[in-house]
Write a protein that binds this ligand. Structure first.
Ligand SMILES: [Zn+2]
Ligand SMILES: [Zn+2]
Length: 218
């Protein structure tokens, strides 16, 4: 069948418009029904396809997408509040028995404080009360040479700093002060870590087997 002209009136009609032309112009013509049927069987290009229609986004689809997005964003925002360790830090209490052994969970840096040549005793049981064992604490006090073993015991991988130890102990420590001693222009606070001078002071990240010596003196 020639499809660039109407077979009934012979007017030029684009093939894709022929079905509509037949239906609109010759609805009662006896041949119309048969021609339309034939054109549809030829299919393809001459019959407008559903898929050729523009994609229509409906209001309910927008609503569903909005709800899904809200749930995802809400979940991301809320998730941290279900993390029991979200505020974990020096003030937290730990269950010692449940702390896994090993770096970075259970570590034992060593600390000594020497002021004007005198070893400063560091007590045991720092950070331990009947109510709470803090993740940074001591068990035994310092030995004869002034060295105390700090216990860093954390149920999660969490950085603890030298300042956290003094915070739990309740004693001052920074670049100008150590315990009851303050930089007076002659005597200064200095520090070594494993024998090497350090200016980290309270910002030193505690690690297993570190040897930290804080010195106050000229
Ligand atoms: Zn320990
Ligand atoms: Zn302990």
């Amino acid at each position: 069948m020639k499809t660039d002209h109407c077979p009934i009136c012979n007017v030029a009609v684009k093939p894709e418009n022929l079905v509509r032309h037949l239906n609109d112009i010759h609805p009662r013509h006896p041949d119309t029904a048969g021609l339309v049927e034939k054109l549809k069987q030829q299919g393809g290009a001459f019959v407008p396809k559903r898929s050729a229609e523009p994609i229509r986004i409906r209001r309910w689809q927008v609503a569903v997408a909005f709800v899904v997005a809200a749930v995802i964003v809400g979940g991301i925002l809320i998730a941290p509040y279900f993390d029991p360790y979200r505020n974990f830090g020096p003030d937290s209490c730990i269950d010692e028995i449940r702390v896994p052994v090993g770096v970075p969970y259970h570590m034992h840096p060593l600390l000594a404080v020497v002021a004007q040549g005198n070893v400063q005793p560091i007590p045991g049981q720092i950070g331990i009360t009947s109510a709470c064992t803090h993740p940074i604490h001591t068990h035994s006090g310092s030995d004869a040479s002034g060295v105390v073993q700090i216990h860093v015991e954390s149920p999660i991988a969490h950085p603890f700093y030298l300042r956290d130890f003094f915070y739990v102990w309740g004693q001052p420590f920074d670049a100008n002060r150590i315990l009851g001693f303050t930089d007076d222009g002659t005597n200064h606070v200095s520090m070594t870590v494993n024998g090497t001078a350090s200016t980290a002071y309270g910002n030193l990240v505690l690690w297993d087997a570190q040897r930290i010596i804080i010195t106050y003196g000229p």
